[in-house]
Design a protein around this ligand. Structure first.
Ligand code: C5P
Length: 247
């Protein structure tokens, strides 16, 4: 029997070119996956077709479109995201406190009307593609990237967001500063046996969970594996062994 405590932590990134590939992944991996993540690539290509397919399999879906606009627009977009059935979505913290509060309000009001649980809203603090050099030379911000990211995470909490997206390396610090209940979703997850690809600050699934990750994003480590089910089973086994997680 699959361990549900592990399953609810697993977010599978559907970063593929075609709707057929995405549907195959959902079909094959739905028993192992708590939430399927639909990003800009797939959403711009196939919009609601993939979303409705995921929902038809009774799986959770995370709309990873990182909203960043004026508060009114973000509020209205958040209403529609909940109407479409998303259980998770994200916004850029650099949109500011009022914008993040608007996302929370739009999502919660709509969930209440639908008699549904409010979605998990995560803040994106600093994109991992933004280096210290970009901060200083392009943005003219004379602040350390990590401490800037922590300030943005604090703002996200103040706005009522549920948590942030961060590398596993940062989880302990975020939990220390913002409390255990503030959720952290970690990308850059690589089991020992898989390739690093272009990810730099990586952690294994069990390392990330040990450090406190509430959710881990699995992408190419599973989706590009020769045998995807076998890859998932290895990941479950490793987490169970390392963390002694009870069913
Ligand atoms: O295939 P891989 O495991 O590298 O996929 C990671 C997923 O997490 C991708 O969907 C990527 O967009 C997302 N992500 C990331 N780093 C961040 C934020 C999101 O890799 N800082």
């Amino acid at each position: 029997m699959l361990n549900n405590k592990i399953k609810e932590k697993i977010v599978l990134a559907l970063d593929v070119e075609t709707i057929e590939e995405a549907k195959e992944l959902v079909e094959e991996l739905k028993d192992y996956t708590g939430t399927f993540k639909v990003g800009l690539q797939l959403f711009m290509g196939y919009g609601l077709e993939i979303v409705n397919y995921i929902l038809s399999k009774n799986a959770n879906f995370f709309l990873d479109v990182k909203l960043h606009d004026i508060p009114n627009t973000v509020q209205k977009a958040s209403e529609n995201i909940v109407l479409r059935g998303a259980n998770f979505f994200n916004v850029h913290c650099t949109g500011g406190l009022e914008m993040m509060r608007a996302a929370r309000k739009g999502a919660d009001d709509t969930a209440e009307k639908l008699n549904k649980k409010p979605p998990v809203i995560l803040g994106v603090t600093m994109l991992t593609s933004i280096s210290q050099e970009v901060m200083e030379k392009e943005f003219k911000v004379d602040k350390n990237v990590s401490s800037f990211a922590i300030s943005l995470a604090k703002l996200a909490k103040e706005a009522g967001l549920d948590g942030v997206v961060a590398s596993a390396v940062e989880v302990e610090n975020i939990k220390k500063e913002l409390g255990e209940d503030f959720k952290v979703l970690c990308p850059g997850i690589r089991p020992k046996w898989s390739l690093k690809d272009d990810q730099k600050r990586i952690a294994t699934p069990s390392e990330a969970i040990k450090r406190g990750a509430d959710y881990i994003v699995l992408g190419r480590a599973v989706t590009k594996a020769q045998n995807k089910i076998e890859a998932m089973e290895k990941i479950y086994k490793e987490i169970e062994e390392e963390l002694c997680l009870q069913h």
